[in-house]
Design a binder for this molecule. Structure first.
Ligand SMILES: [Zn+2]
Length: 163
């Protein structure tokens, strides 16, 4: 990696807040597909981002990491208030049916070491319900959108709407 003392970006500061919060997994293998989906399919280019292992899963009260869930909920609620968030996009990732196990989210793998890809996909769907009823219950549910990037057997990425 080159060492740089100074760099000026060609993009100026965007003084308008986007009012959209995207919560997705840290997994860098999905960076470009995620931005392509947000940009092309949803028309979102600028957005507030919460990138954490597991993405929205970090908010789900289903796992065993209660302290983490409570802390992340506080952080997201802070952003909702401080940045006047109007839309929330939750993005999970997983293999599609028949897709490579290597595409399983490492955070879901850690929390549910005995689950296969199908059970993890089911867990993500259950987590979405729990997040809507729990951590985001005070946010209008019609403005919460949940998707999953699914890696196909051909290593393409399809996006499925979960909520
Ligand atoms: Zn992940």
């Amino acid at each position: 990696m080159p060492h740089r003392e100074f760099f000026a970006t060609s993009n100026p500061w965007n003084s308008n807040r986007p009012h959209v919060l995207v919560m997705a997994c840290s997994d860098g293998r999905l960076q470009e597909p995620l931005d392509e989906f947000l940009n092309t399919a949803l028309g979102i280019s600028y957005y507030d981002r919460v990138l954490l292992p597991g993405g929205p899963g970090a908010l789900a009260p289903s796992g065993t990491e209660f302290m983490r869930t409570a802390r992340m909920t506080e952080e997201v609620r802070f952003l909702i208030d401080a940045h006047q968030i109007e839309e929330i996009v939750l993005v999970y990732h997983s293999p599609a049916v028949g897709g490579p196990d290597l595409a399983i989210c490492a955070d879901y793998r850690r929390l549910y070491p005995t689950f296969d890809a199908e059970r993890i996909r089911k867990q993500q769907e259950e987590d979405t319900d729990l997040i809507l009823k729990g951590p985001l219950s005070s946010f209008p549910s019609e403005h919460v959108h949940a998707y999953r990037l699914e890696v196909t057997p051909e290593l393409g990425i399809h996006v499925k709407k979960l909520a």
